[in-house]
Design a protein around this ligand. Structure first.
Ligand code: FAD
Length: 507
């Protein structure tokens, strides 16, 4: 049995950041990761190959449960199972959203306004544009723009301007509404994951022990204090002890599972599973949020698309479904080829030269849940995002599809656009809603399942400590109270940075 000051469980966006900062502060840290190290694996490093990683060797292989609202379809929800977590398998977008996203967090979690989060965002960044009031440089994560955008990405910028949107130098700058070249975690043409940026430079540190290929089974509680973990290592169950505490950073699906397997969760669920109740917390697994994505609006292409560049996209577009909204709620990215869920492929065929645009809803109102179905460490889960449960979400996505079809019919796409492919024509009313239901997929931004807050139902405090326990913190996407209007790697990295500060001050 080994003993450390801190044990960090999981090495994704949150876990990598918290580990780096604890190690730099001189603490003795064990980082325990279920997946392998994954360095030097071509399919992970090549930025254009991320889509093919789902359900593969480096994915947990989860699915969202079906509902009638998405026509009974199962929607896969990939999560990286490798050092770097989902940042080793994701689409590499670095996007922080809108200041109001974080100001809303501060309504229920004092201390989390954008102004209070900004220093941690900047600390994490090595932005190619250099340091400014809003951006950081010299931090662990390299952030670049495409040196040579693909023609579809370039057309989307011109198309945005034709649709009356501003063209932004930087979507993480003073305004995010408009079209822009994406900020990407790509360095020298290769993926730059949280493992590359935060962990690789400290792997030789004497006070860091990396334990890979070692799934954690539960947290050990001694009275009201977390004192260690039980994890699998080389086919055996072993115990590792933490003098000062355990930080869960296993992500928004596995962290609530670990809480439940440790006896922390809704009392009824724990009893049903035959797990002794250590701490009744009915919020565990509730408040699950994700962004619905229409995958995708496909168009026939006049010319072959050629080899994919960058992350297969290259630009982003943010705009509002309703001018009365205080911030952009819709978001789209280009795809340098076909992009379709199986149901869309079955319906439309989609052979030949194609390009696509994926519109998504970044201020979704629907809320879901996660339920642990057995007490087995990697047993089945019911993961339900409730996509399109709120009629406002369906209406906004219909408007998004219409906007994208207007844009591709305009002059900016004239050299590329050769007709609609999926949907195969302009649609309206129930037909358009039917297409959105058929194509509704995920932006991969699962969060909120162990939310922070100052209220009694919150799972952790605004300083990320599990309420009612000592020595147990959460530093991943689970703690997000309200999904921000952006991809979630940047916000969770910021959470990891801040978690380290809280842990060092409060342990
Ligand atoms: C396909 C895909 C594309 C995406 N694209 C983007 C994008 O372009 N931009 C963006 O900002 N976001 C994107 N995201 C989302 C973003 O990557 C995640 O929201 C973010 O990385 C989550 O960080 P996390 O720390 O909460 O969890 P993760 O990064 O998932 O890390 C959790 C870690 O914990 C480990 N773990 C889990 N359970 C255990 C256990 N029991 N024992 C030990 N270790 C465990 C996992 O293996 C993993 O390494 C994408 C995600 C996916 C999957």
């Amino acid at each position: 049995m080994a003993t450390f000051d801190f044990i960090v469980v999981g090495s994704g966006s949150g876990g990598s950041a918290v580990t780096r900062r604890l190690v730099e502060a001189g603490a003795e840290v064990a980082l325990v990761e279920a997946g392998p190290p994954g360095f030097g694996v071509e399919e992970l490093d090549d930025p254009a190959r991320w889509v093919s990683l789902a359900k593969g060797a480096y994915d947990w292989g989860h699915d969202y449960a079906p509902t009638d609202r998405v026509l009974g379809r199962v929607i896969p929800i990939p999560r990286g199972r490798v050092l770097g977590g989902s940042t080793a398998t994701n689409a590499m977008m670095w996007y922080r959203g809108h200041p109001l996203d974080y100001d809303r967090w501060a309504d229920t979690s004092p201390g989390w306004s954008f102004a209070e989060c900004l220093p941690a965002f900047k600390r994490s960044e090595d932005w190619e544009g250099g340091a400014s009031d809003l951006r950081g440089s010299g931090g662990p994560l390299r952030i670049t723009r495409s040196p040579d955008p693909h023609p579809v990405a370039a057309a989307m910028l011109d198309g945005a301007a034709e649709m009356g949107l501003p063209i932004l130098d930087d979507p993480n700058g003073p305004s995010n509404e408009g079209g822009a070249l994406s900020n990407l975690n790509i360095s020298g043409g290769r993926r730059h994951s949280a493992a590359d940026g935060y962990l690789r430079p400290i792997l030789g540190a004497a006070n860091l022990t990396l334990i890979a290929d070692s799934p954690v089974i539960r947290v050990i509680l001694n009275g009201d204090r977390a004192t260690g973990i039980v994890h699998r290592l080389g086919g055996r169950e072993v115990v590792s002890e933490a003098r000062l505490g355990v930080i869960l950073a296993a992500g928004a699906i596995e962290t609530p599972r670990l809480l439940v397997l440790s006896g922390i969760g809704p009392e009824d669920d724990l009893k049903r599973l035959g797990i002794a109740v250590a701490l009744s917390r009915r919020g565990v697994g509730q408040n699950l949020q994700d962004h619905p994505l229409v995958r995708a609006v496909n168009c026939r292409a006049r010319v072959p698309m050629g080899r994919p560049r960058d992350n297969g996209g290259g630009t982003i577009l943010n705009w509002t479904s309703d001018p009365a909204l205080p911030q952009a709620d819709l978001h789209a990215f280009p795809v340098q080829g076909r992009s379709a869920v199986p149901a869309v492929l079955d319906r439309y065929g989609l052979d030949g030269d194609l390009f696509a645009i994926g519109p998504g809803l970044m201020r979704s109102h629907s809320r879901g849940y996660l339920r642990v179905l057995t007490a087995e460490p990697e047993g089945p889960l019911e993961i339900q995002p409730n996509f399109l449960a709120d009629p406002r979400d369906l209406a906004a996505l219909c408007r998004a599809v219409e906007f994208v079809q207007d844009m591709v019919e305009g002059p900016a796409f004239a050299h590329l656009f050769d007709g609609h492919a999926a949907p195969s024509a302009r649609l309206s009313g129930g037909d358009l809603e039917g297409f959105v239901r058929l194509a509704c997929s995920t932006f991969f931004h699962t969060c909120g399942t162990a939310r922070m807050g100052a209220d009694d139902d919150a799972v952790c405090t605004p300083r990320l400590a599990v309420r009612g326990l000592r020595g147990l913190w959460i530093a991943d996407a689970s703690v997000i109270p309200d999904i921000p209007s952006c991809n979630t790697h940047a916000p969770v990295t910021m959470i990891g940075e801040r978690a380290a500060t809280f842990v060092l001050e409060d342990a």
